[in-house]
Ligand binder design. Structure first.
Ligand code: ZN
Ligand code: ZN
Ligand code: ZN
Length: 350
């Protein structure tokens, strides 16, 4: 299904420094206001705020997406890239490399990984991974708090933000795979349960990989990928009504099993782990692997895809559109902000 994208075509042609400005202006309605002085959202749905219910503790109004009556006919999957960086993010704390310097100068950033997926049809939203930057991301991008979350694996940059659920949610379903990880003797679901057992609002939902689960009105399927030493999962998220499909590689080498590739195939939007460009493999103690016909490594070390590997996987999967995520500050400055590397705050409507 062909989606349309709120990262407007113009931003794809813009100099990098303009991208952030455009993203911010588009979310603010580019300065246009309605009769009551509120900003008009250019997409006509989704970014307003209405009072609906109370915050469980402070009694203040919860922030919710505004329904303006056009929701049913325009219902869509709205994808916001909250965090597009690797485990240290860009800029990296304490780093004065050229790439981090450029990011600071241009006000560009890649915080730790997280993706917000709003179902405008059901008025629910799903969070993919709980970034340690959770609080900052939700304040910055002004998206609705999620009704459910999925945890792809137990690394810090994907899980440790779950502690932010404390006193923020009255209930949050957290979906995670139910398969035992030989490296830990526990499934991801069990690790999440034991690590966050103090969070009464959180209910962990052990989830069968390679089987579709209904979450927030979407059909969500966890697929095993390759991220040693731990199990890790990519995701396919489909709207059963519109056919819109978002696929995420998860943290993975290029060696994604065929059964997982079948589930991820033919997405409208593919978010692919591309931690570094392939030419940096010479600096990894284990080098690169999974070389293509051109001899270029598609895996950096053992855990992540190179930029070239991510693009090759996107091609294998016949992705309509691809954004490269989980991007490290190790990209040289002249490559770090080139297309199709994603930046925080990008928004797509499928
Ligand atoms: Zn740096
Ligand atoms: Zn990881
Ligand atoms: Zn990661």
């Amino acid at each position: 299904m062909m989606g349309h994208y709120t990262i407007r075509a113009a931003t794809q042609r813009c100099p990098d420094w303009l991208l952030r400005v455009l993203l911010r202006d588009s979310r603010a309605g580019a300065g246009r206001t309605d009769a009551s002085g509120r900003p008009i959202d250019l997409e006509s749905v989704g970014s307003g705020v209405a009072v609906d219910g109370e915050h469980p503790l402070c009694g203040g109004p919860k922030r919710e997406p505004m329904s303006d009556g056009s929701r049913a006919e325009n219902a869509a999957m709205r994808v916001t890239l909250l965090g597009t960086g690797d485990t240290t993010g860009t800029p990296t704390v304490g780093c004065d490399c050229e790439t981090c310097g450029l990011a600071r100068d241009r006000d560009l950033e890649r915080t730790r990984f997280s993706v917000h997926v709003e179902n405008e049809r059901t008025d629910e939203s799903l969070l993919i991974d709980c970034s340690p930057d959770f609080r900052y991301q939700f304040l910055r991008d002004d998206v609705s708090l999620p009704d459910a979350a999925v945890i792809t694996h137990i690394h810090f940059d994907h899980l440790d933000g779950l502690g932010n659920a404390f006193r923020i949610f009255d209930s949050l379903d957290v979906y995670a795979a139910n398969e035992t990880d030989p490296a830990t003797g526990e499934s991801v679901a069990e690790t999440v349960s034991s690590k966050y057992d103090y969070l009464e609002a959180v209910t962990v939902r052990p989830t069968e990989p390679l089987a579709s689960t209904a979450i927030c009105g979407f059909d969500v399927t966890l697929v095993p990928v390759d991220h040693p030493p731990f199990v890790c999962y990519g995701l396919a998220i489909e709207d059963p009504f519109s056919g819109a499909k978002l696929s995420l590689s998860g943290d993975t080498s290029y060696d994604v099993p065929d059964s997982s590739r079948e589930v991820l195939a033919d997405p409208d939007l593919f978010l692919a782990d591309a931690i570094v460009p392939a030419h940096l493999c010479e600096y990894h103690p284990l080098g690169g692997r999974h070389e293509g016909d051109d001899g270029v490594p598609r895996t950096f070390g053992t855990k992540h895809m190179t930029r070239e590997g991510a693009l090759a996987l996107a091609d294998d999967l016949n992705a309509e559109r691809t954004r490269l995520v989980h991007v490290a500050h190790f990209y040289p400055a002249d490559e770090a902000f080139e297309e199709p590397l994603a930046l925080d705050g990008e928004e797509y409507v499928l």
